[in-house]
Design a protein around this ligand. Structure first.
Ligand SMILES: *Cc1c(COP(=O)(O)O)cnc(C)c1O
Length: 381
């Protein structure tokens, strides 16, 4: 860290909720003193689901306890289990593999596109077998997966499409929001996500009423919401918190503005970093359709050198993810023998993400850009 605190740029900002602290305390007081004393799955959760559904034009929205749990509920609602295969990207977060394994099915790892870092539809197609039940692509960092082609592939193959949009809230592709391309999609509200909150939570989005009903049942021990202690299905405990529902309802109106500010920072990064490819620093594809502003991820041969250089300039960075999923100790035994994912492995070796949040000041964004450029040019022969 440099001594000049004005020049230090955290990656995980500790002050994400500072301007909303009053609203958070008000939500806590309101729920805590409500004579109803209902702290999960109450009327605020129902209102939050409706508000999100209406703002997105979604068929149904079901709130649950996390993005990971949302994926688990979707797979369970699709009756995916032992003997079934789900094609997932080889580069991404652990829940893409662990949720499939937890329901007894087998993840099949597709390599990623080297530029978008999302599931390569051609490789996914090559991996289909008679056991394949679903494709589960994820939008990665700031680029949506190729949903039109994956939608088409899923339809042709007669398999379900589960869209992991955990970090892609605010993105749209061909006018359709991220999360609404799959038979079911999910968002996560964990702290750092685009609509992150100070707690755990997520949602399932689906236009398939039967599927959404099953998810709603599964999130609360397989009950139907009318008959207590009547368990129709083997369910889960994946309920949503009323304080968080009140807080998110309050903040929903400001989401668009926060996404716009994140988009502006993304655009600035792109304008000033897109020309560094020749110098060994590759920016994501420029803004436009199918982009969303989660974090801004560069690919760099000397990733650790860039990381050290930025740290010396007081800029925190983050590596999502340092290993391809099928090379993780937990998942390697379940990967198809002889599987190849050279581009996922390459992405794991080269990725580095820059800070991105709505209250990142112009001055700090400029400081990041200047430091990345200095590194790239310093390395020119
Ligand atoms: C964060 C994330 C999840 C998991 O969400 P949690 O709410 O942390 O459980 C799943 N998939 C992707 C792509 C994510 O980024």
């Amino acid at each position: 860290m440099t001594a000049a605190t004005g020049r230090t740029v955290p990656f995980f900002a500790p002050d994400l909720f500072d301007t909303e602290r009053e609203a958070l305390l008000a939500a806590l007081y309101e729920v805590g003193t409500d004579p109803e004393q209902k702290f999960i799955l109450g009327r605020r959760t129902a209102r939050f689901e409706e508000a999100l559904r209406d703002s997105l034009g979604a068929g149904d929205v079901v709130a649950c306890s996390s993005g990971t749990s949302a994926l688990t509920l979707v797979l369970a609602a699709m009756d995916i289990g032992p003997g079934d295969e789900v094609v997932v990207p080889a580069f991404g977060c652990a829940p893409l593999a662990s949720t499939v394994l937890s329901c007894g099915a087998t993840p099949v790892f597709a390599d990623v596109d080297p530029v978008t870092l999302t599931m390569d539809p051609d490789h996914a197609e090559q991996l289909l077998t008679a056991r394949t039940r679903a494709l589960m692509p994820a939008h990665m960092f700031s680029v949506m997966a190729d949903m039109p082609r994956l939608r088409d592939l899923a339809s042709r193959a007669g398999v379900r499409l589960v869209e992991d949009a955990a970090l892609a809230q605010g993105g749209t592709l061909r006018g359709r929001p991220a999360g609404l391309w799959g038979d079911a999609g999910v968002y996560s509200f964990v702290q750092v996500k685009v609509f992150g909150m100070p707690g755990e939570g997520g949602v399932v989005l689906s236009a398939d009423a039967g599927l959404a009903d099953r998810v709603r049942m599964l999130r609360n021990h397989g009950q139907d919401g009318r008959h207590r202690f009547l368990h129709h299905r083997i369910g889960h405990n994946s309920r949503f918190d009323e304080v968080m529902a009140a807080f998110q309802l309050h903040r929903l109106a400001g989401l668009e503005e926060r996404v716009a500010r994140r988009n502006a920072i993304c655009s600035y990064y792109s304008e000033h970093l897109a020309d560094l490819r020749e110098d060994g620093v590759a920016a994501p594809p420029a803004g436009g359709d199918g982009r969303f502003p989660y974090v801004y991820t560069l690919l760099c041969e000397d990733r650790d050198g860039l990381r050290d250089h930025l740290a010396a300039e007081g800029i925190d960075t983050h590596v999502y993810y340092p290993r391809a999923l099928p090379e993780q100790p937990a998942f390697a035994p379940h990967a198809r023998p002889g599987g190849q994912w050279p581009r996922a492995r390459d992405a794991a070796r080269r990725n580095i993400s820059l800070p991105l949040y709505p209250h990142l000041t112009d001055e700090r964004v400029e400081h990041v850009v200047t430091a990345v450029r200095a590194f790239a040019h310093g390395r020119k022969p």
